[in-house]
Write a protein that binds this ligand. Structure first.
Ligand code: NOS
Ligand code: ZN
Length: 362
């Protein structure tokens, strides 16, 4: 018999997360503790519950730029090796407790240099934290693996340096590169040299595109930069027309994205906060899934968007009626689209994902 779908049972389902920001997923209490350690006095609240609500409400701003302002507080408390190790280990524990079996967690090393850390020190501290988190999860009977993505910030001009850093640590579980930050006014082509460098070295990258800006950003990311995946990519719907009678017409770019199976790292809750979609029911994930784009479901920022992988799946279940088979489809899509090697992806699909959903589907 099939297990009824609820938030609690979704937590038991194996899940894969490709788009989660390290500095967007801190526990509120950890932000408070680290602020005290660092002597940071800028926090709006000193009580974990109130602070958690503050992040969610402040991020609920209707614009990406204002959503990103809330990161000033998390970034401020992540300026030492110890703080980075703690945040990274807790991130893994939280994902594992939510039933995530594989996650790609991203952050921008250039943001953590205010206390004098070098870029290698930052990367090594985070990697140590991730490994520690994997060990703690395993000791609680939860198997999880973390791949790291290094981001360059679009508004800064350090992408070449960060791309080199990603390649330097590619054999230490840094699996790829991304550009993040404000999208409007900062087209992905500003970072062409970084993308060229990565392609020459057979390295992987995704690009935040089609979130706060439309089709030109997606087109540049794919056709000029060579992005393998799209962070968000929601605005690809601008190239899809649905007639009154339900007939669907895909433009050239939307067709290309679907034909080439370019993965969309969709983050529904985050999109509602930044105004990229008006409501979950109207979120393009419904149409894009129906049209069998390579859709994946992600959290983006668990603190600011007050979500987990399980809560995102639960919301999709309520709104679109998705059941276990759909969740397995999203999960297999995500695992196939990960930057891990092919053998490792297959092993997670066959050893963790398929048996997990088979049990739930009965
Ligand atoms: O949805 C998003 N779109 C663009 N940038 C983002 C998003 N979420 C977080 N960041 C930015 O990425 C940096 C590195 O993790 C964060 O500091 C934040 O500024
Ligand atoms: Zn993001």
């Amino acid at each position: 018999m099939s297990t009824p779908v609820s938030l609690d049972t979704i937590r038991l389902a194996p899940k894969v997360l490709l788009h989660d920001h390290l500095d967007g997923g801190l526990r509120p209490q950890t932000v408070i503790d680290l602020a005290a350690d660092a002597g940071y006095e800028g926090l709006p609240h000193q009580d974990a519950e109130t602070l958690g609500s503050w992040f969610r409400e402040a991020a609920d701003s209707g614009s990406l730029e204002r959503y990103l302002e809330t990161f000033a507080h998390t970034v401020a408390v992540m300026q030492t090796a110890d703080a980075l190790r703690r945040v990274s280990a807790e991130c893994v524990e939280d994902l594992a407790a939510d039933g995530v079996v594989y996650a790609e967690v991203r952050y921008a090393p250039e943001l953590f240099q205010e206390g004098g850390l070098s870029l290698p020190e930052i990367v090594e501290s985070v990697q140590e934290g991730f490994r520690e988190g994997e060990r703690r999860a395993e000791s609680q009977g939860k198997l999880i693996r973390i791949g790291t993505l290094l981001c360059a910030m679009r508004q800064n001009a350090r992408s070449a340096e960060i791309a080199e850093l990603a390649v330097r640590y590619r054999d230490a579980e840094v699996v790829g590169f991304d550009i993040a930050g404000p999208e409007a006014g900062f087209p992905p082509t500003r970072n062409l040299d970084a993308f060229e460098y990565l392609r020459q070295r057979n390295a992987h990258f995704t690009v935040h595109a089609g979130e706060a800006f439309g089709l030109p950003s997606i087109w540049e990311a794919i056709q000029h930069c060579g992005a393998e995946r799209l962070g968000h990519g929601v605005r690809i719907v601008d190239d899809i027309k649905v007639d009154e009678d339900g007939e669907v017409h895909l433009g050239r770019l939307a067709s290309y994205v679907r034909d080439r199976r370019i993965p969309l790292e969709m983050c529904p809750s985050s999109n509602l906060q930044t105004g990229a979609a008006a409501s979950l029911a109207e979120h393009p994930i419904g149409l894009l899934s129906r049209l069998r784009f390579r859709v994946t479901v992600n959290t983006d920022n668990r603190l600011m968007s007050h979500c987990t992988m399980s809560s995102e799946f639960a919301a999709l279940h309520e709104t679109f009626g998705y059941g276990w088979a759909d969740m397995q489809w999203f999960t297999v899509n995500a695992m196939k689209s990960s930057f891990l090697g092919f053998d490792d992806r297959l092993a997670i699909i066959n050893d963790a994902i398929k048996p997990g959903y088979a049990t739930l589907m009965g």
